[in-house]
Design a protein around this ligand. Sequence first.
Ligand code: 5CA
Ligand code: ZN
Length: 415
Amino acid sequence: MHSWPAPALPQIPGTGRPVRVHDTATGALVQLDPGPVAGLYVCGITPYDATHLGHAATYVTFDVLGRALRDAGHEVRYVQNVTDVDDPLLARAVRDGIDWTRLADRETALFREDMTALSVIPPDVYLGVTESIAAIVEAVARLEGDGTAYRLAAPDAAGADIYLDISRCPGFGSVSGLGRGEMLDLFAERGGDPDRDGKRDALDPLLWRAEREGEPAWDGAGLGWGRPGWHIECTVIALTHLGMPFTVQGGGTDLAFPHHEMSAGQGCALTGEPTYASAYVHQAMVGLDGEKMSKSKGNLVLVSNLRADGVDPMAIRLALLAHHYRTEWEWTPADLTQAQARLARWRQAVSTNGGPAPDALVDVLRERVADDLDTPGALAAMDDWAAESLRAGGSDLAAPGIAARAVDRLLGIRL
Ligand code: 5CA
Ligand code: ZN
């Protein structure tokens, strides 16, 4: 499916430094060493409701990562899925009396608009599950063929459901590092079915769900009619468009288990390669009123609502960047007013006929962003430069332009 228009990426003098990020699998900071092309897979939305600030935080974080990698001289190959058929989407469509494809199309269109407004660089490959069925069917058939997947009769379906035998995936557990008890709890909480009778292991994930009455289904050839389970979509899209190992698997912390654990297990089972991604990077959850912001709970601040209220999307982006991606935080109205004031100060500071020399600023911006995406540190550096410019002016005629281009290139903030 088409993604969204790419913002211009301004040039600035010099080159960025190698990028370090926190890898969930090792629990440590790792320096990314992707070679000429960095492969970035970031899990996309399930389009049953509009983009909230938690989603926006996730996509802005990985946008900053992509910018840092480009600034360090790498080409970035960016792949993202859309979970355009899955249980929560179908349930919402039934609840609202709307066709599920129309719901998915509508919310995906709104997401694209939000991403464009937030100056997020689009993925090179943007693929819905519904566009990837043939590849998923082929992968599941292969897993079944070599005994890594097995069938389970379903009482309410003519065909059989197909599960992955997780014990056949070496390294299972190494992404999240969780113990079995925690895995079982999270699996039940996040879309899994540990209590389904007949599974070889309670944690085995569903690969193919046989057709049920009233649910959409595709011809799975030897698999029978049905639709893909959740995790296999991301594995297949990542393998097809990036190959293994790719540089970074990204998403929110809520995806570390089971989603990224299962994605990696399936990738290893399909290829026989031990490493799915070189690093697993996770955005901490953004909350509202004491709870994780989530579509299912309905405690949402929507990017599209803020935009409709006339809020400058660059202020929304600045509000998100003011929090480090590994720190959980709660949205309050003060986040926005502070970001609006900051944006106004920065704009004033680059709207002069000269300013303080920008070299040190550019250097610190690069250094902060490359150091585990320290966006609060980068914002502080620009605050200092802007304060100095507004206080004392400066004689460097090129400085305002270079400062503006640097925050645009590295942080995606258009002044
Ligand atoms: N379609 C799947 C991934 S394959 C999915 O999780 N979709 S989602 O719409 O629920 O979430 C989209 C992205 O936003 C995911 O990376 C998720 O981890 C992230 N996300 C969801 N809620 C929050 C939140 N409150 N704070 C930060 N990130 C969030
Ligand atoms: Zn995913």
